[in-house]
Ligand binder design. Structure first.
Ligand SMILES: Cc1cn([C@H]2C[C@H](O)[C@@H](COP(=O)(O)OP(=O)(O)O[C@H]3O[C@H](C)C(=O)[C@H](O)[C@H]3O)O2)c(=O)[nH]c1=O
Length: 187
């Protein structure tokens, strides 16, 4: 398993070892001791998955406010997607910057999105399934969003804003400049 810390410190791109044989392949997807030593001592308490039928479906950018902020260990278990993490920690040297990586079911790559980041993705194939472990439980009262297509984020999405498939709430999320100061870097 290879851990690569990205240009935004604290965000990791993780590539599991894929062992092929005549039956197919085997991967160790997660090992707590390795994750704790490479990334940090996080505990996962919930796991989500969602399936999106159409290519060009965008879900996000979402986050939960403190004290219910969530770290997310994201993978793609069917199809392929572009996964994006945006640093929204006030005082962070990389505030407003993002990391984006292609995750595929074929290679099982993962993105670690720390607490204090907004997370979203765009599907690259039909019937794409995302699966992600979370370090805190879902709390609707703390669930917030950031406009995925905010030009200030400079994200090179693989779908045009007028063609993306979105939930109603994701069509009207606030822009980065409108976000309340919720996360403090280093906290
Ligand atoms: C997130 C979540 C949602 N729900 C319910 C709430 C709604 O009735 C339904 C769909 O929720 P939502 O439209 O927020 O789902 P997504 O648009 O896929 O959002 C998720 O996808 C982006 C990429 C994320 O990073 C977040 O984890 C999460 O917000 O599932 C739950 O019951 N539990 C949960 O943990």
């Amino acid at each position: 398993m290879i851990f690569e810390e990205l240009d935004i410190p604290d965000v990791y791109f993780i590539t599991p070892k894929k062992i092929g044989d005549s039956r197919g392949f085997f991967m160790e997807v997660f090992r707590q001791e390795t994750f704790s030593s490479q990334v940090g001592d996080f505990t996962f308490v919930q796991e989500n998955c969602s399936m999106s039928v159409e290519t060009g479906t965008v879900r996000g950018l979402h986050f939960q406010l403190p004290p219910r902020a969530q770290g997310k260990l994201v993978s793609c278990t069917q199809g392929a997607l572009l996964d994006v993490a945006v640093d929204i920690r006030t005082g962070s040297p990389t505030f407003g910057q993002h990391a984006a990586r292609r995750l595929t079911a074929e290679h099982g790559e993962q993105l670690w999105v720390p607490p204090g980041f907004a997370h979203g993705f765009c599907t690259l194939m039909p019937n794409t399934v995302i699966s992600y472990k979370l370090t805190d439980y879902y709390s609707p009262a703390h669930d917030r969003g950031l406009l995925w297509s905010d030009p200030a984020l400079g994200i090179d999405w693989p779908v045009a804003p007028d063609l993306a498939i979105l939930s109603d709430k994701d069509k009207v999320q606030p822009r980065l400049a409108e976000l309340p100061t919720a996360f403090r870097f280093g906290s």
